[in-house]
Write a protein that binds this ligand. Structure first.
Ligand SMILES: Nc1ncnc2c1ncn2[C@@H]1O[C@H](COP(=O)(O)OP(=O)(O)OP(=O)(O)O)[C@@H](O)[C@H]1O
Ligand SMILES: [Mg+2]
Length: 367
């Protein structure tokens, strides 16, 4: 056993858990998962504790683990608080509490002077009408919890759409946000450990299609040092306020007036997958280092240009990717299904021209 070897328990067994474990084994750690079934992406990478009503599989995972983390911001806060009584959970319940609810998240941004869209919480149709009067149109109605990949959202362009918007999100607690005219979508990933060490990856540019991330370019081009610094200042405020331990991701809009925060995630993020080959230390390894009490690794890019292309729905001509010298294939062992994230392709390049040529070769995976 290596001196700092830990048994890490992960709530969830999807691709994020899979890549966390793959990054943690070289450090000497062991892994266990709390998942749904033996077909999940992480199932073969450690002890699998299947959720069931008959056995206390969560208790078994907690008994196994020295430290626990999770792959989704939709994890129950109460569950994390309960586990924390016996076993440390990072990021803590406070990080989950703010990140899993769009209203709490936005009020934290406001408290910390982080610019975000104007917003109002609504719980019924009458309140939605009032909110539209206040915020103006266009505006976006989002369920306060459980949204992902653009699900649970409706863009209201005209007042005649208000009722349709309310029924489309399922008539539940929601947030109405003013529509931000942005130039680009960016994100930043930061990591903090319990010794209060903070590290930041460079801002990246994200392109979505039908609500799903398709391409990340890292670092984002034409970012001034002042903008990078601004993003890091926002992250430092969030990390410190929540006493966050682990990776934290912030999605941002770049506007004429500067950066505007969209949402945050208390976990490794799809827009950070480029770090696997693109940075000195991947987001996955740094998350594991943070939660197991290790010093954090360098976030500096290994090459001047990198990109990540998601494999969505169908695998496509995977052998073509394997022939590219500067491309790295990551598959999640998932069955093909429309809109599903099956894997991603990372590319690294020494020049912008080389990056563009590589992305041209990968255009079959882009919308
Ligand atoms: N206030 C806004 N103004 C303009 N565009 C917005 C706004 N909010 C969201 N969008 C657009 O909708 C997309 C999805 O929104 P958001 O990130 O809040 O949802 P999500 O379902 O949590 O997405 P994901 O899980 O993929 O990050 C954003 O990436 C952005 O393109
Ligand atoms: Mg988002």
């Amino acid at each position: 056993m290596t001196p700092f070897s830990r048994r890490v328990g992960i709530l969830g067994a999807g691709q994020l858990g899979r890549m966390l474990a793959m990054a943690g084994y070289p450090l000497g750690h062991k892994f266990g998962f709390y998942g749904l079934n033996h077909d999940e992406p992480a199932a073969m990478l450690g002890n699998m504790h299947i959720q069931s009503d008959d056995t206390d599989s969560l208790g078994q995972l907690v008994d196994f683990a020295d430290v626990i983390t999770y792959e989704s911001e939709n994890t129950s806060v109460e569950l994390v608080e309960k586990i924390s009584q016996t076993t440390p959970v990072y990021p803590s319940a406070a990080s989950l509490y703010y990140s899993q609810h769009r209203g709490r998240e936005k009020s934290l941004f406001t408290e910390l002077n982080i610019p975000c869209a104007p917003y109002t919480l609504v719980t019924n149709l009458a309140e939605l009408h009032q909110a539209v009067d206040m915020i103006g149109l266009p505006a976006i109605l989002k369920s306060t919890t459980e949204g992902y990949d653009g699900k649970g959202q409706f863009v209201i362009k005209q007042t005649s759409q208000i009722e349709q918007a309310w029924s489309s999100i399922g008539e539940r607690e929601a947030i109405l946000e003013g529509f931000i005219e942005f130039k680009r979508e960016l994100s930043i990933i930061a990591v903090r450990n319990a010794d209060n060490q903070h590290v930041y990856y460079p801002l990246v540019e994200n392109q979505h299609h039908e609500g799903i991330l398709r391409l990340t370019v890292a670092p984002a081009q034409q970012i001034s040092p002042a903008i990078q610094q601004q993003a890091e200042t926002y992250m430092q405020a969030l990390l410190d306020q929540m006493d966050h331990v682990g990776v934290l991701t912030l999605e941002l809009f770049e506007t004429e007036a500067g950066l505007v925060a969209n949402e945050m995630a208390p976990r490794v993020h799809n827009s950070g997958h480029w770090t696997m080959e693109g940075a000195q230390t991947s987001q996955f390894e740094n998350h594991i280092r943070a939660i197991t009490g290790l010093p954090l690794g360098s976030t500096v890019p290994r090459q001047p240009f990198a990109a990540m292309v998601n494999i969505i729905g169908q695998h496509g001509d995977i052998e073509a990717v394997l022939k590219m010298p500067n491309a790295f294939l990551h598959l999640y062992d998932k069955a093909e299904r429309a809109g599903r994230k099956l894997g991603h392709i990372n590319v690294v390049a020494d020049s912008e021209a080389e990056l563009q040529t590589s992305l041209e070769q990968l255009k079959a995976w882009m919308p």
